[in-house]
Ligand binder design. Structure first.
Ligand SMILES: O=P(O)(O)OC[C@H]1O[C@H](O[C@H]2O[C@H](CO)[C@@H](O)[C@H](O)[C@H]2O)[C@H](O)[C@@H](O)[C@@H]1O
Ligand SMILES: O=c1ccn([C@@H]2O[C@H](COP(=O)(O)OP(=O)(O)O)[C@@H](O)[C@H]2O)c(=O)[nH]1
Length: 483
């Protein structure tokens, strides 16, 4: 059997008998990246089980085998809601002040990382390449090394990476962020994220090597930039055919001649939804000529509802929308339509295509796939306009979007007006280079670039390993495994 690709992530887009679409970019991207590969995808089943040591559930689907583990209620609370989403998530999004750290959650995080390593370890063959995704599982590389695995193991961070001063607000930062040096390659969405992490390593005493890696406590880790992307071609096709969807047809009909402004985000405080609503309100204040002629559809699946801050953002958003609709709406026109459910890719592609403007205005975002999907879904002859926050990773690639600072209400309000009134020539001139960029830099390229960078250096590593064996300094349980 040849080398397999083993993907490990907290959230897994396993085939769902109910067909519920997963509303999160990491799972969407990894699923697309695995499409033409043979491999194994290991992660949380999304289920809670109180059995002491439940066996992983195995689902064989075409080329990919899914191996899913349940978590206990305590695990979900301490590891997922706790350290991952109440501590690491805000810190990585530059909000060290929002973290709700507790020792219990930290030990839950370590416990679940160890449990993942224990359950994955027997499934790993010598030649497998292991690719770990996201902040939930930072320690997994170290844990696998401790169990003797000398495979190529890579890590990709889907979120932004904050500067060192903010990373250091995590009480266990050395153990958690520092453990990333046990991977062979750590990938980031943008050069800014990579540079922040490189500065963190250097502040901790790591030294850059000539080959562009960092050496720290006897380990060498490469850092790289690999902006995640979408299945551009597939999205273009889906959007062309989306008129066939009954839901899309219904929405279009319900709009009559109104222009459509669209937002699609998980209900997350990083997505800047309240600021966006305030900007739309300012636009309606400033541009009375547009009242009654434009509808803002905000699609917002609920997310991480057991975390306090997510409950708070929900009340804030509903309050603001009520205020705008009450203030500007009338019996025949609702300015903002707000839904808390998720839609399939096909329906979403139709909404994107129907929208004159997309508002993608996060306060901080690793990449934001919605921005890319929106562009891919446009009719190149008559495209809509993307209003994009400068703080989304996507802004580093999509320079022809209307780039805004989401904190500046007036600027976002003017961008909405500019977008709605933009002449066809300018819309085409902005859209064409961004679409070309996405056609070249699609999800396949993302996965290939990452995996070839991970494979690169294997020869060097083998040589180093053999030298260590030769000089009697080999560590690990299976010293001859990759020679
Ligand atoms: O798994 P959840 O807790 O339901 O959250 C959904 C995902 O949110 C985050 O997505 C990130 O990945 C996207 C693709 O790279 C990127 O565009 C976006 O900016 C990120 O926020 C999170 O990083 C994932 O782990 C979650 O599964
Ligand atoms: O109703 C919805 C809303 C969102 N999404 C998908 O969820 C992903 C969101 O990814 P993004 O990178 O924009 O943000 P994240 O939620 O991962 O932070 C995108 O692929 C969307 O198409 C979806 O399938 N249905």
């Amino acid at each position: 059997m040849g080398a397999r690709l083993i993907i490990v992530s907290n959230r897994v887009a396993a085939p769902d008998p109910k067909g519920t679409p997963s509303a999160g970019g990491m799972a969407v991207a990894v699923k697309a990246a695995l499409k033409n590969r043979r491999g194994l995808w290991f992660g949380w089943s999304g289920q809670v089980s109180e059995e002491p040591d439940p066996l992983p559930r195995v689902i064989d689907a075409k080329r990919v085998t899914y191996v899913l583990v349940d978590l206990s209620k305590n695990d979900v609370q301490e590891y997922y809601n706790g350290l991952a989403n109440s501590v690491l998530w805000p810190i990585l999004h530059y909000r060290g002040d929002m973290q709700e750290y507790s020792r219990a959650d930290a030990s839950g995080y370590l416990r679940v990382n160890r449990m993942f390593a224990d359950k994955l370890s027997p499934l790993v063959a010598e030649e497998d390449v292991i690719w770990v995704h996201d902040y939930h599982l930072m320690l997994l590389g170290h844990e696998l090394r401790a169990r003797g695995h000398r495979n190529r193991i890579g890590f990709f961070l889907h979120t932004p990476c904050a500067p060192p001063d903010i990373l250091q607000t995590l009480p266990l930062h050395e153990q958690i962020f520092g453990s990333l040096v046990h991977y062979d390659l750590v990938g980031f969405q943008t050069a800014n994220d990579r540079d922040n992490f490189a500065r963190y390593l250097v502040a901790r005493g790591a030294s850059p090597t000539r080959g562009g890696a960092y050496e720290f406590e006897g380990r060498q880790v490469k850092l790289g930039v690999f902006g995640v992307s979408i299945e551009t071609k597939t999205y273009m096709r889906l959007a062309r055919n989306a008129g066939r969807s009954a839901m899309v047809a219904l929405v279009k009909e319900s709009l009559s001649d109104n222009r459509l402004v669209l937002g699609v985000d998980r209900l997350d405080y990083t997505k800047g939804i309240p600021d966006r609503i305030k900007a739309f309100e300012r636009f309606l204040e400033d541009c009375p000529e547009w009242r009654g002629k434009v509808t803002f559809l905000q699609i917002t699946p609920k997310s991480r509802s057991d975390v306090k801050e997510y409950g708070e953002i929900e009340s804030e958003v509903t309050g603001l929308i009520g205020r705008v609709n009450g203030r500007f709406g009338d019996a025949a026109w609702t300015p903002i339509r707000y839904v808390n459910r998720s839609y399939s890719r096909t329906v979403l592609a139709g909404f994107y295509r129907a929208a004159d403007v997309a508002l993608v205005t996060p306060l901080r975002d690793g990449m934001n796939l919605v921005a890319k999907e929106y562009l891919a879904a446009q009719d190149p002859e008559n495209p809509g306009v993307l209003v994009l926050s400068e703080f989304a990773g996507a802004a580093r690639e999509l320079e022809q979007a209307l780039i805004v600072n989401p904190h500046e209400t007036d600027a976002v309000a003017s961008a909405i007006k500019h977008a709605l009134e933009m002449p066809l020539d300018e819309r085409r001139d902005r859209h064409a280079p961004m679409l070309s960029h996405l056609q070249v830099n699609d999800i396949t390229k993302w996965a290939e670039d990452y995996l070839s960078a991970l494979a690169d250096g294997r020869q060097t590593r083998r040589l180093l390993d053999s030298l260590r064996v030769f000089f009697g300094t080999q560590q690990g349980r299976e010293p001859m495994a990759t020679l």
